[in-house]
Design a protein around this ligand. Structure first.
Ligand SMILES: [Zn+2]
Length: 200
């Protein structure tokens, strides 16, 4: 995503309307400094502000992210590029933390549900259904944590120095510590303890 191009684009839209940065800032309920940051390309509007900004200037989000007006054909083409970019902008570490916290909360409440039903529900069949559902939720949640971890971690081979992403199966089955995993390198084929890094 070219923030400088986007900045120039929204600046030109503002000039078309003969507005000052202050006027735009007031209309969008942000500081003048924020508008200036957008226009110089030093910052992108937060996702929550994109829609109001686009409405204000009469453009589509896709055009905003592309930094230019688009015709119909370009619109579809650019949409895919831009969505990929947006998803990529969430920092991996943040993604992991958010997912882990929410998953742990779900797991804890499911465990609480299991305990409560084990002690307080008399009918066996209701008890089994509740416990069954809670266990499925816990299992699904653990899978989500693993999937997120796999999708954000990258390993460097000790032997040849190549970086690689292990398969889900290799990731789960490999012996590991917090930072290292015993994996087979797809480049040199040797097994070693590899250090993990977060994808940039
Ligand atoms: Zn290797």
């Amino acid at each position: 995503m070219d923030t400088v191009k986007i900045g120039q684009f929204i600046k030109s839209l503002r000039k078309e309307k003969s507005l000052t940065q202050r006027e735009v800032a007031e209309r969008l309920n942000v500081s003048e400094k924020t508008v200036s940051k957008w226009e110089t390309g030093n910052g992108m509007p937060e996702v929550g502000l994109m829609l109001p900004l686009c409405k204000f200037y009469g453009i589509g989000i896709n055009e905003l992210l592309s930094g230019e007006r688009l015709d119909e054909r370009q619109y579809v083409e650019k949409a895919e590029e831009n969505i990929a970019c947006l998803v990529d902008r969430t920092p991996p570490r943040k993604k992991i933390i958010i997912t882990t916290i929410s998953c742990i909360l779900v797991i804890l409440s499911s465990l609480a549900l299991i305990l409560i039903s084990a002690f307080f529900i008399a009918e066996i069949w209701i008890k089994s259904v509740v416990i069954g559902i809670a266990m499925i939720v816990v299992f699904a949640d653990i899978s989500v944590i693993i999937l997120v971890a796999v999708s954000t971690e990258i390993y460097t081979c000790e032997k040849c120095g190549e970086k690689f992403v292990p398969s889900l199966k290799a990731y789960i089955l490999a012996p590991h510590t917090f930072k290292r995993r015993y994996l087979k390198c797809p480049h040199c084929g040797k097994k070693s303890w590899n250090n993990s890094h977060l994808k940039k």
